[in-house]
Design a protein around this ligand. Structure first.
Ligand code: BEZ
Length: 214
């Protein structure tokens, strides 16, 4: 099943390092980041899960709950978490799903091509909003560690653009200028929404201050 942006994500129950998790119950009214890694006790994955641990406060500040997943068992995850915490100088306070039966991996299309019974998950990321709607999905190869600052950047963009009639340009970071959506043409509304004014580069490219932190 391919999950499309804008679709409600399917619920699941699966074992984890923090007991059985029901996705919808776990997320409750929060945003969610569900991400898979190929295998425990592997180098790139160790750095990735460590980085997510280091970013705990950054996810919390944005009302995001994090959930990792691989096809390894709970015992393996628990032994590996000790290594992550020791080598990456952090705590892994978020749960890691133990998807040994690959039920969630199949439901969310986290497996590579082929049908070998022992397939490992690829590096998938899903950003889920409080309505359980899929807002971002990405897939990385096993040899390339992801950039979780980029995941936070996308969450900042989604949370901003959900509330304001703006979009965020290339390489945007919170506090930098944003783009007024082309559909907004009423000058009175623009003046009300963006009291600091805006700059027209082209009629379709109008820049204004970040309405939250600009
Ligand atoms: C790693 O995390 O280092 C890794 C995992 C699976 C395949 C290749 C690299």
């Amino acid at each position: 099943m391919t999950l499309l942006l804008g679709q409600k994500v399917p619920n699941f129950k699966q074992q984890s390092t923090q007991g059985e998790i029901d996705l919808y119950d776990y997320l409750d009214a929060s945003w969610g980041v569900l991400f898979s890694h190929p295998a425990d006790f592997t180098p790139v994955c160790t750095t990735e899960l460590g980085r997510v641990g280091q970013l705990e406060a950054d996810f919390k500040k944005r009302n995001v709950k994090v959930l990792a997943l691989s096809v390894d068992g709970v015992d393996s995850h628990q032994r590996w978490v000790s290594d992550i915490e020791q080598t990456q100088d952090t705590k892994v306070a978020y749960p890691i799903l133990a998807d040994a039966d690959r039920s969630v991996s199949k439901l969310y299309d986290m497996l590579p091509a082929g049908d070998a019974p022992n397939t490992l998950t690829v590096r998938s990321v899903f950003i889920i909003d409080p309505n359980k709607v899929l807002r971002l999905s990405l897939t990385y190869p096993a040899s390339t560690g992801r950039n979780f600052d980029e995941i936070l950047r996308v969450i900042d963009s989604l949370q901003l653009t959900d509330q304001h009639k703006v979009a965020t340009p290339v390489d945007w970071k919170a506090g930098e200028d944003v783009v007024i959506v082309p559909s907004l043409t009423d000058e009175a509304e623009i003046a009300e929404r963006f009291p600091s004014g805006y700059r027209t580069v082209k009629p379709y490219l109008r820049l204004t201050k970040d309405p939250v932190s600009g």
